[in-house]
Design a protein around this ligand. Sequence first.
Ligand code: NI
Length: 189
Amino acid sequence: MIYPIVVYGDPVLRQRGKDITPGTDVSQLVADMFETMHAAQGIGLAAPQIGKSLRLFVADGTTLHQDDDENEPGMDTFKKVFINPEMLEESGQPWVFEEGCLSIPNIRENISRRPRIRIRYYDEHWNLHEEEFDGMKARIIQHEYDHIEGRLFIDYLSPLKRRMLKGKLNDISRGQVSTEYRILAPLRK
Ligand code: NI
């Protein structure tokens, strides 16, 4: 099932997601999240973005792989589910990349993040992992992890930049934005 994507202004995007009880069958939710993400041509999607305040996100960088000659090692198989994740460490010299978000359509901004992370998480079969990621894989995870903490990438922008985006953000909340996927706008009349 393809869910509409919840967009900026909805309180669910500002809540810290709740842990999922280990052992819970998440197969349908995970399948729906991948389907929703792929339909919107995203490379990551967090549960709050489909209106569920849970600590779960999915990532799929395998499509990036096909589009890019300068492939990052391991991106061709980077398709993962992260449940109840805990960011253990972020390290290295911060680097800038232009990020976007399905919940903030048509806005892209340069965001600085550390290049290496260590994270503990359950996969969809409730196997526990502690793993390191770097480069784009780390960045996708950091962006999605922020979602389940109630953070958005625009939170990292300067107050000036945020003010400049205010009009666009208000339009998004009212559903006055053009997207190739269905959205759920909190202030749509
Ligand atoms: Ni996002």
